[in-house]
Design a binder for this molecule. Structure first.
Ligand code: ARG
Length: 464
């Protein structure tokens, strides 16, 4: 039977396909994953054919029951996938013929593998987006919890990786909340264009039967139907969009991964990773390595790679379907697996890490991190900012030369640089510096508190 089906596609050929060609062209080693979507699509299609009087109700019943039992076979590990049947679609159809006999051959009426595979890919991607959104929300939740548990903690904020101005750790973490929020928006946006039902496009031109495409869309949970059959069977821009959104999310995760790696180093010593999320060294017993963060950073390259691969695959394709398009699958499957597992493990790592507030606070007090605040102080006493910057710049060189911190300089030393300096210069501290950034989006505790309330509201709405 299997061989006969295979021959069905090759009826006009005298020869069997070469074994090498069979192995090279088969997609079953990876597209077997599409079985639930292929079967759901076929069941809806059979019902539609019956509703339209193209096949009888009895035939539709036989077909849909046959498909349901094939699904069970696959789930119980009893199904034998055959590379000579190329892909999941033909594997399932051949098995249907074996199980229900000739009537199974009616399922492929008004359909082609081209619209069939487009449908499976869209159903798969829609589900992947839903799972991705849940994981992104979970990660945002972990960021909020860590920020809340360390509300008053200060740390140096950096530019060029040089200590720049003190900030609240919660403010730093909420920067990632914002990035992730934009990622969520991108996946939701991608969903709108993925949510389009392609059946009825046939091989490329549409089908010569009175099909009900809206019925199919409703049955399969799509909100729209495609408007051009040639486009519907040959474009995979929704896959590109998923991979692009995934690349941006991985880029964001990778930036935080880099910070976690730095912060857990002996040099920074800002955080301690939970033992369950760190590894030891085989020869250096003192080591506790941030491998999870390193792998998230490393796997980012892999996700970018899949995006570039697919863009390149698609760029030269004439309308409509070409076999090149089969290359959409492994990249997408790998991207989804990599993104979901990265989000999951990263969430656990963030949830369990411990912040060493004494160390971040100490680092925030070191050096001349309050130099900008001294300049702001002079500006508030009437000095133009550029002059104030100049004065403080000279003051910093002087203090460095003397080996003194700002707090150790005497008032007369200050006054040598500007008569505007008074006793109140000593009330400039890390705490006052942070509190002064009381602007929407700034690091003042009042603003960060507000940002946390907003973030929790966004999470609480939960319409992910
Ligand atoms: N396995 C194929 C793919 O993934 C299914 C479509 C095959 N269509 C064809 N005309 N050969 O793209």
């Amino acid at each position: 039977m299997v061989r006969e089906n295979r021959k069905g596609l090759r009826a006009r050929f005298q020869k069997q396909v070469d074994k090498l060609v069979e192995a090279y062209t088969a997609s079953i080693p990876f597209d077997w994953k599409l079985y639930p979507y292929d079967i759901a699509g076929s069941i809806a299609h059979a019902r539609m054919l019956a509703k339209q009087g193209i096949i009888s109700d009895k035939e539709a019943k036989t077909i849909t029951e046959g498909l349901a039992s094939i699904k069970q076979e696959i789930e119980q590990g009893k199904f034998q996938f055959k590379p000579e049947l190329e892909d999941i679609h033909m594997n399932i159809e051949a098995r249907l013929l074996e199980r229900v006999g000739e009537v199974g051959g009616k399922l492929h009426t008004a359909r082609s593998r081209n619209d069939q595979v487009a449908l499976s890919m869209r159903l798969f991607t829609k589900e992947a987006i839903a799972e991705t959104l849940v994981k992104l929300r979970g990660f945002q939740q972990a960021l909020i919890s860590l920020a809340e548990a360390n509300k008053g903690v200060v740390m140096p904020g950096y530019t060029h990786l040089q200590p720049a101005q003190p900030v609240l750790l919660a403010h730093h973490l909420l920067a990632y909340f914002e990035m992730l929020q934009r990622d969520i928006d991108r996946f939701r946006d991608c969903l709108k264009r993925t949510d389009v039902m392609p059946l009825g496009s046939g091989a490329l031109a549409g089908v010569a039967y009175d099909v009900d495409r809206d019925f199919l869309a409703r049955e399969l949970g799509f909100s729209r139907i495609s408007q051009n059959s040639m486009d519907a069977v040959s474009d995979r821009d929704f896959v590109v969009e998923y991979e692009a959104a995934a690349s941006l999310t991985m880029m964001h995760l990778s930036r935080l991964a880099e910070e976690i790696i730095l912060w857990s180093s002996g040099e920074f010593n800002f955080i301690e990773l939970d033992e369950a999320y760190a590894t030891g060294s085989s020869i250096m017993p003192q080591k506790k390595n941030p491998d999870v963060a390193e792998l998230v950073r490393g796997k980012t390259g892999r996700v970018y790679g899949k995006l570039m691969a697919l863009l390149t695959t698609l760029k030269g394709l004439p309308l409509a379907y070409n076999r090149d398009i089969q290359e959409d699958k492994e990249g997408l499957f790998d991207t989804v697996d990599t993104l979901l597992s990265s989000l999951e493990v990263f969430t656990g790592m963030v949830r369990t890490l411990r912040v060493k507030a004494e160390n971040t606070g100490q680092a925030a007090r070191q050096g001349y991190i309050l130099a900008t605040d001294l300049a702001d102080y002079l500006v508030k006493k009437g000095e133009p900012f550029r002059t104030a910057h100049d004065i403080v710049s000279r003051l910093v060189s002087y203090a460095m030369e003397k080996g003194k911190s700002f707090g150790e300089l005497s008032l007369s030393e200050y006054k040598d640089f500007s008569p505007l300096f008074g006793e109140d210069v000593y009330s400039i501290t890390v705490t006052s510096s942070v509190a002064a950034k009381d602007v929407v989006g700034g690091t003042a505790p009042r603003q960060v508190e507000q940002a946390l309330v907003t973030a929790k509201k966004i999470i609480g709405e939960g319409e992910s």
